[in-house]
Design a protein around this ligand. Sequence first.
Ligand code: HEM
Length: 128
Amino acid sequence: IGEGVYAANCAGCHGASGEGVAGAFPPLADGHAAALAAADRNYLPNVLLYGLAGPITVRGTVYNGQMPAWSALSDEEIAETINYLLASWGNAEAQPGDPYTADEIAAARATPRSPQEVHAERHALALE
Ligand code: HEM
């Protein structure tokens, strides 16, 4: 189900293959989603549940947009969408860790955050 959720809700901005649009929508491919999962396992659930607002740098390119929240998706849909990212486009090779479960998404849902708070968590990650 993750592939279908991604195609319907994510691909329009992040690209059909997670390639992104430089300077507008960050890539999720080539190990980037796996790097985010490895840096903090809770980060990807929080981005999908609560969105993201504030400047980020991905591989030397700055993005300063608004990632919408996807809290209307079910816990299973969010888990499977993340698992789809982590199984695709060079992420599986980059040690993304164990697949996410719906229970993990439910746990993240129990602690609401603002998109700005998710940004602060992103900023604290040790990336590259
Ligand atoms: C950021 C995934 C839908 C626009 C991100 C990040 C992830 C992600 C993991 C964080 C990247 C990082 O921290 O390096 C997804 C998934 C989606 C989705 C799985 C579908 C459920 C969308 C859509 C849009 C969008 C539809 C456009 C309307 C953005 C933007 C950022 C971002 C602009 C960067 C925000 C900032 O600069 O702070 N997305 N996304 N995303 N996403 Fe999405």
